[in-house]
Ligand binder design. Structure first.
Ligand SMILES: Cc1ncc(C[n+]2csc(CCOP(=O)(O)OP(=O)(O)O)c2C)c(N)n1
Length: 190
């Protein structure tokens, strides 16, 4: 049981990998990618570098192109930057897409400056454009919400309040390697 508020991003990431071990995962630049790589550096992880605001749009494209489950691990500051992408996700509504927003209330990767997330109810915005969405604040509630999201037959947003973390881990810095490793994993050549 982990009912502490806010949730533990490492533990939530470990649990989502247990629920969807074969998902293609697109992780936001910085902390979301550092945590994911720290929990498990796997070929089906597509780490973003520098491309703030692009994680959910990339995940949408992948979900439309693949039959596999696709999970986006976005950050609150980055989701504010690309808030309009939720309308496009709703419009396309790929059933294999789950968008997780880690809301640590700050731009954690660049030093912890407060983000605008305190003025934005991401789940309400997602619902307003027609998406299924939940907002959770504990690790156990995240696990349940994520399991429901991947089992549902529509694109779903799971917003999770998390404690800020300062990871030591870094994914491989070889960007071409990450790209080709990911491509070979999700779309192996005949
Ligand atoms: C267009 C753009 N603006 C700013 C940055 C610098 N930057 C990199 S990560 C980051 C913070 C991201 O915050 P958030 O999405 O909340 O994720 P967190 O770091 O808290 O996990 C910023 C401002 C960038 N890479 N691209």
């Amino acid at each position: 049981m982990n009912t502490d508020t806010p949730a533990d991003q490492y533990e939530c990431t470990a649990r989502l990998l247990s629920i969807t071990p074969d998902a293609a995962i697109v992780s936001n630049l910085g902390v979301a990618s550092y945590v994911l790589a720290g929990v498990e550096d796997r070929a089906r992880n597509f780490y973003q570098w520098g491309s703030m605001g692009s994680t959910t749009p990339i995940g949408l494209g992948l979900a439309l192109a693949l039959d596999d489950p696709v999970t986006v691990l976005d950050g609150d500051g980055s989701m504010v930057m690309s808030l309009g992408a939720l309308a496009t996700v709703a419009d396309q509504n790929p059933p294999n897409l789950t968008v997780v927003v880690w809301d640590n209330g700050q731009y954690g990767t660049t030093g912890g400056q407060p983000s605008a997330s305190r003025t934005v109810d991401f789940a309400a915005v997602a619902r307003d454009v027609g998406l299924a969405a939940t907002h959770v604040s504990t690790t156990d509630d995240f696990e349940a919400a994520y399991a429901d999201a991947v089992a549902s037959d529509e694109a779903t947003v799971v917003v999770c309040d998390v404690e800020p973390v300062d990871p030591d881990e870094r994914p491989p810095f070889d960007f071409a390697h990450i790209k080709w490793r990911f491509r070979d994993a999700v779309a192996p050549s005949e």
